[in-house]
Design a protein around this ligand. Sequence first.
Ligand code: 2BA
Length: 107
Amino acid sequence: MKLIFAIINNDDSHSVQSALTKNGFQATKLASSGGFLLSGNTTFMICSEDENVDAILETIKEHSHKRRQFVPNAASYGTGTYTDFPVEVMVGGATVFVTNIERFEKV
Ligand code: 2BA
């Protein structure tokens, strides 16, 4: 079994959630925020059988869009990058981590 963490833009989270549910995949949504932009995003926690991982990633990919966002100056202090103007970065579609689950139980 695998545990998938998928970090999604808030604007895509409803669409991703609906598609996962429609395709029969159970997910837990966590409110999270990015360390760079310091803005809110959504982390999905999805436990699945190994053979469903690709279908889940495909569903997430289909509903997560790339977008340009501007980084306010204050957000770049930690990186050592100091500019007078906001910096444009490309965000998304989704940042995904797939990990092994040693044991899964509902008690
Ligand atoms: P943030 O940390 O707010 O990052 C937002 C976007 O800013 C990133 O988009 C990337 O394009 C840019 N960015 C981040 N750190 C940067 C840096 N040091 N220098 C220049 N640009 C930088 P994504 O890569 O699509 O990431 C979206 C969100 O996914 C991130 O939000 C963070 O919450 C999460 N994430 C991405 N990579 C991660 C990782 N390796 N570990 C944990 N979370 C990660």
